[in-house]
Ligand binder design. Structure first.
Ligand SMILES: *[C@@H]1O[C@H](CO)[C@@H](O)[C@H](O)[C@H]1NC(C)=O
Ligand SMILES: *[C@@H]1O[C@H](CO)[C@@H](O)[C@H](O)[C@H]1NC(C)=O
Ligand SMILES: *[C@@H]1O[C@H](CO)[C@@H](O)[C@H](O)[C@H]1NC(C)=O
Ligand SMILES: *[C@@H]1O[C@H](CO)[C@@H](O)[C@H](O)[C@H]1NC(C)=O
Ligand SMILES: *[C@@H]1O[C@H](CO)[C@@H](O)[C@H](O)[C@H]1NC(C)=O
Ligand SMILES: *[C@@H]1O[C@H](CO)[C@@H](O)[C@H](O)[C@H]1NC(C)=O
Ligand SMILES: *[C@@H]1O[C@H](CO)[C@@H](O)[C@H](O)[C@H]1NC(C)=O
Length: 601
């Protein structure tokens, strides 16, 4: 393993010892043209209302961290699998000591001393709790209460904030300020159903040929169960271990509670051997675990039932992270925080051991997440990859649009002030350091029309997908969708899995769920089984998957070549032979993937 090289810091001696912030000119640090579509300014924010401000300090060694990530995730590199420890990763995320000094002095000049500061374990984030009045003074801005017309949500935000000029190189971003993201859970369309037959009860049907060429229950063409997914993706004979330290993690946000009674009922019907088993619940930043039936979350139920149901007896972890509007003017405790990814990342990165595979089925329009914030969150995901974690995200449910309205007639606009028509990519699916999962339906599998896919406007195309994406773009008729998508951006999804007709239990009844919310925990479950096989063979876990998937892993996936993902009034992209921005490289063939990953170092 290579020694982590010494980094020469770019801005040494920029400062004199005492920093006269009071006399410093404030300069705009970030501003947005106006609130995103759907939000309007309601009233000035109450001065006493408490904000929890998160300050991101620059990570000057991030390029080095990213270089490690590429090397240790590339099966052809000698350092493949040499994942970094918590300490090594933190050293590569740490700000320059001078940054810590300058920011400390600035905060002290506003009466905030060390005991008022919450620091992340790598010291790259500082969190403060301050009343709106003080935040306005520190950031030379004015906060307002904004309302979201459609949902009625309120939030306390501003459209611009400033910092003393001397701080600009020492702060990456401060939020909540300009971030309006609604952070919606991907649609888990819920159909109440009397006609869904729990698998065990359905005697009928015969078999049909599945994607791996084997015979699968014909009922899998209508209702997706744990048994169906094991058949379709060729893992019927594989048993995972309960004791080899392999774990599967699932994340819950937006007060989505995974109901244990529903989970047990699901196990009883769909995987009786798992009945009575439990998982570890972890609360992040005060995330709750309300077991009342009436607040059961369909998303959290779907994730736990299929994620843990497929991988049992692999130990499971469910993270419940708080952090949701609305703003409530009657409380002085702040409930109105950021998108919660930064809290979750801070939490997991501060621990010595982390589940090897983690699935998330939440996301937002990339353009509603400020560029600086998206970049920092994506950097945190790179750090998790460097630690050896496979991060799986659903690709979104709006095709090339955002899922609002009829995809055939929907209008999609940029919110950068230009108000031009363009496709609307999804974040974090667009982060190049995660594996994003699109959706399929039926047997033979075709792309589902809502499968989120396209090209990031924030992140450049990473080297691992250069060949695959150029090949796809070269096949498009010249001029296709010109101006609607960014052909140099990170393209997604990377892979796919079934996304409709999932049999879940919700509030005591069988129901049917759809969305790439179904695809992410499904794909993650098969990755977790691959990690199980690697660990049993004395090998490292797979960590960040994409360099593997794009170099050889695709040969062990079922290529999806039919279907498209309409949106923004267009037909979207087409699934094709090879990689495409609808289903990526396709769906898993577990036995093939297992042979491949066991043959690797
Ligand atoms: C997996 O477990 C089942 C039930 O215990 C057993 O019948 C089967 O033989 C096992 N499969 C393998 C490949 O060990
Ligand atoms: C399972 O774990 C959850 C969270 O740790 C806990 O609330 C619940 O009571 C447990 N259920 C059983 C059946 O042990
Ligand atoms: C759980 O949710 C129910 C229904 O909304 C509510 O009545 C109860 O107070 C909640 N429990 C806790 C501990 O918050
Ligand atoms: C953007 O342009 C469309 C079509 O011209 C218009 O309907 C919409 O109101 C505009 N939005 C903004 C925020 O200007
Ligand atoms: C599965 O269902 C689809 C949609 O109804 C149908 O087109 C297809 O032929 C079915 N597959 C098989 C193998 O019967
Ligand atoms: C296109 O993507 C690149 C990153 O590859 C980015 O720098 C550029 O700003 C994007 N262009 C637009 C119009 O969003
Ligand atoms: C998708 O395929 C259809 C039918 O072959 C073709 O007309 C259309 O141009 C293709 N669209 C794209 C974006 O490739």
């Amino acid at each position: 393993m290579r020694v982590i090289t010494l980094f020469v810091f770019p801005f040494a001696a920029a400062l004199a010892s005492a920093v006269p912030f009071k006399g410093c000119q404030h300069k705009v640090k970030e501003s947005i043209h106006g609130p995103p579509r759907g939000w309007y300014k309601h009233a000035p924010a109450p001065k006493h209302y408490m904000l929890e401000l998160k300050i991101a300090l620059p990570q000057p060694r991030f390029p080095e961290l990213e270089q490690h990530l590429w090397e240790i995730s590339d099966p052809s590199h000698p350092r493949y699998g040499a994942h970094l420890s918590k300490q090594e990763t933190q050293a590569l995320m740490a700000p320059h000591p001078e940054t810590l000094d300058v920011v400390r002095e600035w905060l002290a000049s506003h009466g905030l001393v060390e005991e008022n500061l919450i620091r992340s374990s790598a010291n790259d984030w500082v969190t403060i709790r301050v009343p709106v009045g003080l935040a306005e003074e520190m950031l030379d801005t004015t906060y307002h209460v904004y309302k979201h017309a459609e949902s009625g949500d309120s939030t306390v935000r501003t459209t611009s904030y400033s910092l003393p000029e001397i701080l600009h190189d020492h702060v990456d971003l401060i939020q909540p300020t300009t971030m309006f993201a609604r952070f919606k859970a991907f649609k888990s369309t819920l159909h109440w159903t009397n006609q869904v037959q729990p698998a065990g009860l359905s005697p009928s049907g015969g078999t049909i040929t599945g994607p791996a060429g084997n015979q699968v229950d014909a009922s899998c063409n209508n209702t997706i169960t744990v048994s169906c997914l094991k058949q379709l993706y060729n893992a019927v004979d594989y048993n995972t271990s309960a004791t080899n330290c392999n774990k599967l993690g699932l994340t819950g946000y937006l007060e989505q509670y995974a109901n244990n009674m529903d989970l047990q009922q699901f196990y009883q019907s769909e995987n009786p051997s798992a009945y009575g088993s439990n998982y570890t619940f972890i609360s992040v930043n005060g995330g709750m675990n309300n077991q009342s039936y009436v607040v059961a979350g369909i998303e959290a139920n779907l994730d736990t039932q299929f994620g843990f149901g497929l991988t049992w007896p692999t130990p499971g972890t469910f993270y419940s992270t708080s952090g949701k509007p609305p703003f409530d003017p009657d409380t002085t405790t702040s409930a109105d925080s950021n998108e919660p990814y930064s809290y979750w990342l801070e939490y997991v990165l501060s621990h010595d051991t982390i589940p090897q595979t983690i699935s998330t089925s939440y996301g937002d329009d990339e353009q509603t997440v400020p560029y600086t914030y998206a970049t920092r969150v994506c950097a945190g995901m790179a750090a998790l990859g460097a630690r050896g974690v496979s991060l799986i995200f659903s690709s979104g449910d709006g095709g090339v649009g955002d899922g609002d309205g009829d995809p055939a007639t929907q209008m999609c606009y940029s919110n950068d002030g230009r108000n031009v028509t363009k496709f609307l990519p999804d974040f974090p699916a667009s982060c190049p350091h995660v594996t994003s999962v699109g959706g399929t339906i039926n047997i033979p599998e075709t792309a589902v029309s809502f499968s989120g896919g396209g090209f990031s406007n924030y992140f450049a195309r990473p080297p691992y997908q250069e060949a695959a994406v150029s090949a796809y773009l070269a096949m498009l008729p010249p001029g296709t969708y010109e101006g609607l998508y960014n052909s140099t951006g990170r393209a997604y999804p990377d892979v796919a899995a079934q996304a409709r007709d999932f049999l879940v239990f919700f509030q005591g009844k069988a129901a049917s769920a759809a969305g790439t919310s179904c695809s992410a925990p499904t794909f993650a479950a098969f990755v977790s089984m691959l990690n199980d096989a690697r660990i049993n063979a004395g090998k490292t876990p797979l960590g960040f998957l994409n360099p593997l998937l794009y170099s050889s892993g695709y040969q062990a996936l079922n290529d999806i070549t039919k279907g498209n993902n309409p949106g923004c009034g267009t037909q979207g992209f087409n699934a094709t032979v090879g990689w495409d921005p609808v289903t990526g490289y396709g769906t898993p063939n577990f036995e093939k993937l297992k042979d491949l990953v066991l043959a690797m170092p």
